[in-house]
Design a protein around this ligand. Structure first.
Ligand SMILES: Nc1nc2c(ncn2[C@@H]2O[C@H](COP(=O)(O)OP(=O)(O)OP(=O)(O)O)[C@@H](O)[C@H]2O)c(=O)[nH]1
Length: 247
């Protein structure tokens, strides 16, 4: 058994105990991006509303859980557990990472605003997840397409994606609207400093975007269950597609 298999085994046991102890449903989000962009810092801020003091290098993955009120303030309001799977960005584990990618009900793509390459790499991260080993083409909603088409991301059956740009406190310039990755895939984007809780404070546009994203993830998870039952896999893309390279 290698380290990743041991980690997965322990996670499975925790999940089984967790399910025995609670009737609250849970959904699972993958948090992806290059090493050092701030995934651990972001996930900690979202889960605990406070910055992490000294984030360590993530080996394999780590999981944080947050309680979320689905459709808060409406008759449909319901509490859910949001699992955020922080996947280590190091290339050392590139070949084994796919074991964490299933099931997946939503994706947070993280890049560093001071590191242009990290935004360009988001397409690779998306491809890696969507074409993951174990991806079952019979469960996907999209066939193949050569050119990126935002419609393929915006349909109600498509997996929700949120793009997050970190280290805004160090960023000097920002690409004009329309040139950034989030705009190209038609996803919501949040820009923040993960060390400052005010960026996700209640009532801010960022916190509204995050809450709306979690609601969409829950909708997507419910639809997956309706269509595919309690399958281990969730229906996400496994199609081949390309996103035009940014200048
Ligand atoms: N100034 C600033 N520093 C940040 C921000 N987010 C993260 N950092 C710092 O960036 C470094 C890397 O952050 P991590 O959260 O460990 O990055 P990661 O993406 O989880 O990295 P891996 O575990 O290697 O995949 C740490 O020193 C953080 O304190 C931010 O928004 N602003």
């Amino acid at each position: 058994m290698n380290v990743l298999q041991v980690v997965l085994f322990v996670i499975k046991i925790i999940e089984i105990k967790f399910e025995m102890n609670t009737s609250i449903k849970r959904v699972r989000i993958m948090v992806l991006g290059d090493s050092g962009v701030g995934k651990t810092s972001l996930v900690n801020l979202i889960a605990h509303n406070e910055p992490i003091k000294s984030p360590s290098w993530t080996i394999g993955s780590s999981v944080e859980v947050k309680l979320h009120e689905y459709k808060e303030g409406t008759k449909e309001q319901k509490t859910y557990f949001i699992e955020m799977w922080d996947i280590g960005g190091s290339n050392n584990h590139k070949n084994e990472r796919h074991v964490f990618y299933n099931p997946c009900h939503g994706i947070i793509l993280v890049y560093d605003l001071t590191n242009r390459k990290s935004e360009e790499h988001l397409n690779d991260w998306l491809q890696e997840l969507l074409n993951r080993e174990g991806g079952n083409s019979s469960m996907t909603s999209v066939t193949s397409f050569d050119e990126f088409d935002p419609e393929n991301f915006l349909g109600t059956n498509q997996i929700p994606i949120l793009v997050v740009g970190t280290k805004i406190n160090q960023a000097h310039e920002r690409k004009p609207n329309g040139k950034n990755f989030a705009t190209q895939i038609g996803a919501d984007e949040i820009l923040l400093d993960c060390r400052q809780p005010r960026y996700l404070a209640a009532g801010t546009s960022n916190s509204v975007k995050l809450s709306r994203f979690f609601d969409r993830v829950i909708d997507f998870s419910s639809k997956s269950h309706e269509r595919f039952g309690n399958s281990v896999s969730s229906p996400i893309y496994s199609s081949k597609f390309t996103i035009p390279h940014q200048e």
